[in-house]
Ligand binder design. Structure first.
Ligand SMILES: [Ca+2]
Length: 497
C-alpha cells in the first residue's frame, strides 16, 4: 500500500512539474537526461528479483524495486536484430538486419536513427560498448554506418564483442587500449563522459555491454561468488559476468543519486535477448525450448536465445525516472524494442520523420496513463539467421506471432531451422507463461487469424531486407552455401546409371 501511495504521489508531482517539450529547437530545461543500459544475452532468469536463488544481483534487485517494470516487453531473440529495433523503431527485417554477420547486420543507411533525433532535440550523445550494426564502413547508399557518424557525438565501441580483459576500443575511429575488465571499463568511461560534459546540456548515453555473452571470462572476485554453488565452470562464469554488470550498475546508480539536480536522469536497464551462455539453441535448452536437466534457472519461461517462445523474446525492461517512475510498478502492455525510439522522441519532443516507423510510444505507460499501444497489436518474431540469402524463403516459418494474449509458434520437430518439419502451437501466455499447454484445438479461429496475418507480413518484410536483396541482386552471396541434398544427389547418380 505504501508503494502504491508513493507511486500515486510521484505521479501527481510529475504531472504538475513536467510538461513534454513541444518545440524542437535547442535545449529545454524540461528535457531529462537518458541513460540506456543494454546487456548482452541476459534474461529475466539471471536476477535475484525474479526468483533466482543462486545469482547475486543486489543492485539490479534494488533498481527493480524502484522502477517501472515492463513485463511483456519483446525483442528479437538475438543480438543485432534487437539493436536494429532500438535504433530504427522498425522490425529488424524492415531495417535490413536479418543476421549477426554476413553483412546482414548492417543497419540500413537511408533512415534517421535514434541518436540523430536526440541531436535534433539539442542533446549531447554517446554510445559505449557493442554496436553490432555495421560489418562494413558504408551502407548501400554510400552513407557511413559507424555510430559516431550516425548521431553519436562520441562512440567508444567495437563492432561486435569487446574483449573481456584489456580491450582495444575505437573512440570515434581511433583505437585505444584499456587496462582491466570490460564491464568495469565501459561503466567507468560512461561516467567520465557524463562528468566531462556541459551540465546545462541534456545528454543521451547508450551503454551496451558485451557481457554476459560468451566467451565466459570474469575477474576472480566474481568467480569466487559462485565457487561453492554447484554450477559448472561455464555456468559459474556466466553468473560471474552478470554479477560484474550488477556491481557496475550499483556504482552508476550511487553516482547518479549524488548528481541528481534540477534536470532529472532517466535510467533504463534492458537486455537484448533471452537466456543464454552461448551457442545456437540457448545454453541448457533443448530444441523444443524445454530446459535440460542441468540447465540454468529461466524464471519459468520456455526457450532462450534464438528460440521462438517467451524465454527468447520477453526481456526485462526497468525504467527509473525520479519524480515520475521511482516506485515499484508493473506494466503488462504488449511492448517491443521498436517502441524505444518513438518513446524517447516523445519524451524529448521530437517528431520522428520515418514513414516506415513501426513502434509505438510508451510514454503514456510510463506516466501511468492508459496505453497508446493498440489493443489489437501483433508482433512478429522471426529468428532469421539463414546462412545463405538464397535460402531465406525456406526459413519462412522460423517464427512466432504474438498478440496481447496469445503466441502462435511454428515449432520445429527436427534440428534444422528450415521449414521441412514444423507443427503449429498456440499458447495463452497470460495464463500459461511457461507455454506448457498447446490450446490450438480450443482456439482454432485465433490460430487461423494469426496465420493469415503472418503471410502478407512476411512478403512485406522481405522487401525490407535490403542487404539480402542486394546480395541476391548482385550475386555476391555471403554466407555458408547449403550442402546439396544427399538423397537428390544419390537419385541423380542412379538415374545416370
Ligand atoms: Ca545478445
Amino acid at each position: 500500500m505504501k508503494k502504491l501511495v508513493a507511486a500515486v504521489l510521484s505521479l501527481v508531482i510529475f504531472t504538475t512539474a513536467y510538461a513534454a517539450p513541444d518545440n524542437q529547437s535547442g535545449t529545454d530545461a524540461d528535457k531529462p537526461n537518458i541513460i540506456f543500459v543494454l546487456t548482452d544475452d541476459m534474461s529475466w532468469g539471471e536476477m535475484g528479483c525474479s526468483g533466482n536463488k543462486i545469482i547475486r544481483t543486489p543492485n539490479l534487485d534494488r533498481l527493480y524495486e524502484q522502477s517501472l517494470r515492463f513485463r511483456n516487453f519483446h525483442v528479437a531473440s538475438y543480438c543485432a536484430p534487437t539493436r536494429a529495433q532500438l535504433m530504427s523503431g522498425r522490425h529488424e527485417f524492415f531495417a535490413g538486419v536479418t543476421d549477426t554477420r554476413y553483412e546482414r547486420d548492417n543497419l540500413r543507411d537511408d533512415i534517421t536513427i535514434l541518436p540523430q533525433y536526440f541531436k535534433q532535440a539539442g542533446y549531447r550523445t554517446a554510445m559505449i560498448g557493442k554496436w553490432h550494426l555495421a560489418s562494413v564502413e558504408t551502407g548501400l547508399t554510400g552513407k557511413p554506418l559507424a555510430p559516431y557518424k550516425r548521431g553519436f557525438d562520441m562512440a567508444l565501441y567495437v563492432r561486435n564483442q569487446v574483449n573481456r580483459f584489456n580491450p582495444f576500443l575505437s573512440r570515434n575511429g581511433t583505437l585505444e587500449k584499456f587496462e582491466g575488465y570490460c564491464g568495469d571499463i565501459l561503466f567507468a568511461e560512461a561516467m567520465k563522459w557524463i562528468e566531462n560534459g556541459d551540465v546545462e546540456q541534456p545528454y543521451f548515453l547508450y551503454l551496451a555491454t558485451s557481457i554476459p555473452h560468451g566467451p565466459v571470462a570474469a575477474p576472480e572476485e566474481y568467480l569466487a561468488l559462485y565457487q561453492d554453488s554447484g554450477l559448472t565452470k561455464k555456468q559459474a562464469g556466466y553468473y560471474a559476468m552478470v554479477s560484474n554488470v550488477d556491481t557496475n550498475m550499483g556504482r552508476l546508480m550511487q553516482w547518479l543519486e549524488k548528481r541528481q539536480g534540477k534536470r532529472k536522469t532517466i535510467l533504463i536497464f534492458m537486455t537484448d535477448n533471452g537466456h543464454a551462455i552461448s551457442g545456437y539453441q540457448g545454453a541448457g535448452h533443448n530444441a523444443d525450448g524445454t530446459l535440460q536437466p542441468d540447465g540454468l534457472y529461466n524464471a519459468g519461461l520456455r526457450g532462450g536465445k534464438n528460440q521462438q517462445w517467451q524465454g527468447g523474446t520477453c526481456v526485462p525492461f526497468f525504467l527509473y525516472w525520479p519524480g515520475v517512475a521511482d516506485a515499484a510498478r508493473d506494466n503488462t502492455t504488449l511492448a517491443s524494442g521498436m517502441d524505444i525510439l518513438p518513446t524517447f522522441c516523445d519524451i524529448i519532443g521530437v517528431k520522428p520523420d520515418d514513414p516506415g516507423l513501426q513502434g509505438h510510444s510508451l510514454l503514456n505507460d510510463v506516466l501511468g496513463k492508459p496505453t497508446s499501444v493498440p489493443k489489437d497489436r501483433i508482433l512478429y518474431n522471426h529468428c532469421g539467421r539463414w546462412t545463405y540469402p538464397a535460402e531465406l524463403e525456406s526459413f519462412k516459418y522460423n517464427a512466432s506471432v504474438i498478440t496481447d494474449r496469445y503466441r502462435l509458434v511454428w515449432e520445429r520437430k527436427g534440428k534444422s531451422n528450415k521449414d521441412a518439419e514444423r507443427s503449429l502451437a498456440l499458447y495463452d501466455y497470460r495464463s500459461d507463461p511457461g507455454e506448457k499447454q498447446n490450446v490450438i484445438d480450443q482456439h482454432p479461429e485465433v490460430a487461423k487469424r494469426l496465420q493469415e496475418a503472418f503471410e502478407p507480413w512476411w512478403e512485406e518484410a522481405k522487401r525490407g531486407m535490403v542487404n539480402d536483396l542486394h546480395q541476391l541482386k548482385t550475386g555476391n552471396l555471403i554466407g555458408t552455401k547449403p550442402k546439396k541434398n544427399k538423397d537428390d544427389a544419390l537419385k541423380k547418380r542412379k538415374e545416370k546409371k
